[in-house]
Design a protein around this ligand. Structure first.
Ligand SMILES: [Zn+2]
Length: 408
């Protein structure tokens, strides 16, 4: 008897998710007949589970069939509908719209959360928009090292007050763990300077004057000198109660008890390393893409199409999981802009590769429809190919050649 997706049960999804954690993503996907570009995922324990392979595995487990078993499955909507019926949510990692823009001025606050002060009087417009906080590892003055240490103590979920004399101008939330990085734009130091980078998500803009700040914050701690004046410097911790008082002054609502409209913070963090993980992925994607757009303009590095930014993504030339720490720091070269009209997926899945002359060539064989799309691409020059990025393209080429050899 032919089984259908409609017969799939929630417990099979739960079983399949368990298997994902046991096997790891690559092995798991191999055991299904679906490939996935990791764009549409189900989040669990901070992990991004590729949605189509997840459904396929659940189907195989429930009906005891092998990997040819599951019926066809279309991308996006059908997957979303099946998962929804079973009580799971499909997350589109390319969709940057926040779930509820109205909740931005409400800030969920938990007991483990830390609060920070970032003085960005010099380059606020640039770095706030990019969502970057960066501190050099060493500098001429001892204070630099303190900023680096402070920044390395920040964790996802923390709240940052952005000061642009004489006001606190904005509040944001830390989205990623700190990691080693060269300076992003807006930080006026030598490009080879090693430092730590944290990406943030804007929460809202505020106007808190310096007088209020000085009245609320304690003297001799964080950004305030013992004599009650504001210290000149970059990145300081704040006392949580005082930071909350500043938030209230600015008219922000602290959500620290169950509220019908907002998630409690424990939920936000707990069940929810997931939600923070999604935020981190999106912050990362936005950061990488903005860097690429500044370099290449709004064009796809593969088909050359000139498109609005929302149709472009920062595609890793060498996938993130395969990159060393130093390679991950090389954000300007390890990614390129690719469009969502197929180029991103065709490259990621290895249907196209870029040769050592920077020309697009065929990778693994595809169906007639894939082939017809390849006709427009093969032979084109990829502008992202260069001295620094060449080795990342070489890795990608070799990886997919090896895969092909294995399969034949
Ligand atoms: Zn394209």
């Amino acid at each position: 008897m032919k089984r259908s997706w409609a017969e799939l049960e929630p417990r099979s999804i739960a079983k399949a998710i368990k298997r994902w954690h046991e096997l790891g993503g690559e092995e798991f996907i191999d055991q299904t007949r679906f490939k996935d570009s990791y764009r549409y995922v189900v989040m669990d324990k901070g992990q991004r589970i590729a949605s189509k392979p997840l459904l396929a595995m659940a189907f195989q487990l429930q009906f005891g069939c092998d990997k040819d078993g599951p019926p066809r499955l279309s991308e996006g909507e059908q997957t979303r509908a099946i998962l929804k019926r079973l009580g799971y949510t499909l997350v589109d990692l390319h969709d940057e719209t926040l779930e509820d823009p109205g909740s931005r001025a409400r800030i969920a606050v938990g007991s483990s959360m830390k609060f920070w002060w970032a003085d960005q009087s010099k380059s606020f417009d640039m770095v706030f928009e990019d969502g970057t906080l960066w501190a050099a590892r060493s500098g001429r003055r001892g204070a630099q090292l303190d900023y680096w240490r402070n920044l390395n103590s920040a964790s996802p979920g923390d709240i940052v007050f952005h000061y642009v004399g004489p006001h606190v101008r904005a509040v944001s939330r830390v989205a990623t763990m700190p990691r080693p990085a060269y300076p992003p734009r807006g930080y006026d130091v030598h490009p080879g300077t090693k430092g730590a980078l944290v990406l943030t998500e804007p929460v809202c803009e505020v106007q808190i004057p310096r007088e209020t700040v000085l009245a609320v914050l304690e003297d001799g701690y964080g950004p305030v000198n013992a004599d009650g004046t504001l210290r000149r410097g970059y990145f300081f911790p704040l006392v949580p109660d005082q930071a909350l008082a500043l938030m209230r002054w600015a008219g922000l609502e602290n959500v620290d008890e169950p509220d019908p409209g907002a998630e409690a913070f424990d939920q936000y963090l707990g069940g929810a390393s997931d939600r923070l993980a999604v935020t981190a992925v999106r912050a990362e994607q936005r950061f990488l893409r903005d860097q690429q757009v500044r370099r290449w303009g709004s064009s796809c590095c593969l088909c050359g199409g000139s498109l609005s930014e929302e149709l472009l993504v920062a595609a890793h030339i060498k996938p993130r999981w395969a990159c060393s720490e130093t390679e991950r720091m090389d954000t300007g070269n390890v990614a390129m802009l690719a469009c969502l009209f197929g180029c991103d997926a065709l490259y990621e899945l290895g249907y196209i590769v870029v040769d050592d002359q920077g020309r697009i060539g065929r990778g693994r064989p595809g169906s007639a429809r894939v082939e017809s799309r390849l006709q427009d691409l093969v032979g084109r020059r990829c502008p992202a190919y260069g001295e620094e990025s060449g080795r990342y393209f070489a890795w990608h080429r070799q990886h997919h050649l090896d895969n092909q050899a294995e399969q034949s």
